[in-house]
Design a protein. Structure first.
Length: 160
């Protein structure tokens, strides 16, 4: 059962983030840095596998990348990243890739709304059209962060 007070605080936190920077589809050559949000709930092994794949792709493209998989101790009471982590993650990323597809992923949604990236890619549609590109796993098919990143990687390479 969800805590209604926690739900209210989370709703208020997200409402305070309305608006945001202008975003749009951009080719890989225009990115100076990238931020990838990984869902730590899938387990340490899955996070490690996805992180290696992400680093390998962006190193090959010559784009510096930050990978964020916030743990419970890096979050405040309602699930927002603590101020120090928010400031570190929001420091000038041009590309945001959110691999968290869970419907209750408040932390990933909060970061997606606060990071002023010029191009945002996500794995689930959010209210208010936060992402420029949404890649969802197929119905009944094998999903997961690794499959989602493979699809996103293929699309990013094709954008000219």
């Amino acid at each position: 059962m969800k805590n209604p007070l926690l739900t209210l605080f989370r709703h208020c936190a997200l409402r305070s983030l309305e608006g945001g920077a202008a975003t749009g589809l951009l080719p890989l050559g225009q990115f100076r840095s990238a931020l990838v949000i990984v869902d730590a709930a899938e387990g340490e092994e899955a996070v490690s596998k996805v992180s290696r794949s992400v680093r390998q792709f962006f190193e090959y493209q010559g784009i510096p990348v930050q990978i964020a998989a916030p743990s419970r101790k890096e979050l405040d009471l309602i699930g927002r990243p603590k101020r120090k982590l928010r400031e570190a993650l929001a420091a000038g990323a041009d590309l945001l890739v959110c691999l968290d597809a869970s419907p209750d992923g408040f932390t990933a949604e909060y970061l997606s709304r606060t990071v002023p990236a010029r191009f945002k890619v996500g794995c689930r549609a959010l209210e208010g059209n936060v992402y420029d590109l949404v890649v969802a796993p197929p119905e009944g098919g094998a999903g997961g962060q690794a499959a989602a990143f493979a699809a996103i990687r293929d699309i990013l390479v094709k954008i000219r």
